[in-house]
Design a binder for this molecule. Structure first.
Ligand SMILES: *Cc1c(COP(=O)(O)O)cnc(C)c1O
Length: 455
């Protein structure tokens, strides 16, 4: 048999076993890094091994050190699972091994990226003329959008940053809410824009439009970027887009929205009001590997002015075969990369319009069930208005909250991370996995109750 076939069969068997274990498996990993290193062996062998044996060793040795991220009871950070069609499509992406760089070379990839892009703009309620770049995640999607914005505001000020660099040019002013995600600061750092000027937010983390307006009114009107947020990682709150975008545009600013998980509220009639006004912005970053539940890694950089995105990211080299319709690589920082749009297409094609809305509504319904269940526990308080998929709660004092978290991880039924929000330690729950069921929520709430009892 072809060694690829036996290796793939081995991988298939292990993958199916792993997926079947999720419903009852402890969520945290059982083994440490050192234990996995010794199970794998640290020495590079001198001689080749059979591919199927290598896959078997990898899967067997790593299994105890795997965290059940795709479990319906993983609620840490903001982490999606993998929709079945997207997971299977991702295997094909590896087997096909298309380089998603040039239209002329992989017509199938370009076709799928074009269809998926149009579906995404439609579902998210964003302008149909926008360009969509498929990045590694929301950090790089924010980077990509902000690069387009930086170059565009400098171009309007008569400065060609692509040719002349940043040094000697006009300073770019970047304004963001105090509760922006740290990925924004990373992207700004990569872009040579330094730290943003911060604007006050309300008790749910929403930027204050009046404070934004007065910040923008001070000083002259340099090239400016305003960064808003759809979905705060603690409260799930959405910035007030209509007033904020109006204030920013009156000041001549480029408006970017980080909607890594929250932009997806737009697909549900029940939650779309949270994103009202969003479509007036100039660029939007979101993830497909969070709310949409495609496998890592996949983020989406969406820019209304397709020219601005191509000007920032496009490359023209003599050995490339440039296509008059544009190329996938015009919209992202990388050249060679895997065919990320295949998995997005598969998730969207499999769910359909109503399935994507159901997915979002289910995540929100589970978050509300968590909030109600925790609020009913003695000594527990839900701190945020649960408007979307995020819940923050505390158990009387920072110290008690941390003890509940430690016990929860020991218990292993669910994985829930702690954080500090509004100066207090919190238990922070993010419901982001398509496979979470009512029963998963019940089991996780029972684990929280066990952890909180006699603390
Ligand atoms: C997760 C997240 C990011 C970073 O996304 P990655 O996909 O991890 O790079 C940025 N902003 C917000 C609001 C997020 O939730």
């Amino acid at each position: 048999m072809d060694p690829r076939e036996t290796a793939l069969q081995q991988a298939y068997d292990h993958a199916v076993r792993w997926l079947a274990s999720l419903s009852d498996r402890r969520v945290p990993a059982r083994a440490s890094v050192d234990e996995i290193v010794s199970a794998l062996g640290a020495e590079l062998p001198d001689a080749p091994s059979m591919p199927a044996d290598v896959v078997d060793l990898l899967a067997t040795a790593c299994e105890p050190g795997l965290t059940a991220f795709p479990s319906g009871r993983f609620y840490g950070f903001v982490v999606g699972g993998s929709e079945p069609a997207a997971l299977a499509a991702d295997w094909l992406v590896s087997a096909w091994d298309q380089n998603a760089v040039m239209s002329a070379v992989s017509p199938a990839y370009t076709a799928v990226e074009d269809i998926a892009s149009a579906w995404l703009l439609d579902l998210l309620g964003l302008p149909g003329e926008s360009a969509v770049g498929f990045t590694t995640g929301a950090t790089m999607a924010n980077f990509t959008c902000l690069a387009a914005g930086r170059d565009a505001v400098l171009r309007r000020a008569g400065w060609d940053v692509a040719r002349d660099g940043l040094a000697g040019g006009p300073a770019v002013r970047v304004v963001a809410g105090v509760n922006r995600h740290m990925a924004i600061d990373l992207a700004l750092r990569y872009l040579g824009l330094g730290q943003p000027e911060l604007v006050a937010a309300d008790d749910q983390g929403r930027i204050e439009p009046a404070a934004l307006r007065s910040t923008l009114a001070t000083g002259a009107t340099p090239p400016t970027i305003v960064i808003l947020q759809a979905g705060d990682i603690h409260s799930g709150a959405f910035d007030p887009f209509i007033e904020s975008i109006r204030a920013a545009h009156e000041a001549g600013a480029w408006v970017h929205i980080d909607g890594a998980f929250g932009l997806w509220a737009a697909v549900s009639p029940a939650y779309a009001h949270l994103t009202t006004g969003c479509a007036e912005a100039d660029s939007w970053a979101t993830d497909a590997h969070k709310t949409l539940n495609v496998p890592y890694d996949c983020g989406l950089a969406i820019v209304r002015d397709a020219f601005a995105l191509r000007a920032a990211m496009g490359l023209h080299g003599d050995y490339l075969i440039l296509h008059e319709r544009g190329d996938p690589s015009d919209k992202v920082p990388e050249l060679s990369r895997r065919g990320r749009a295949f998995t997005v297409w598969a998730a969207l094609r499999s769910l359909g319009r109503s399935g994507v809305a159901d997915l979002v509504e289910r995540l929100c319904r589970h978050a509300s069930a968590f909030a109600a269940g925790i609020a009913a526990m003695d000594g527990a308080t839900v701190l945020n208005d649960v408007v979307f998929t995020q819940v923050c709660a505390e158990f009387g004092s920072d110290e008690r909250t941390d003890r509940v978290l430690a016990r929860l991880l020991d218990d292993g039924t669910a994985w829930i991370s702690g954080s500090t929000w509004r100066g207090r330690r919190v238990v922070r729950i993010s419901v982001s996995n398509w496979s979470t069921t009512d029963d998963d929520v019940r089991r996780a709430l029972a684990a929280i109750r066990r952890a909180a009892v006699d603390i």
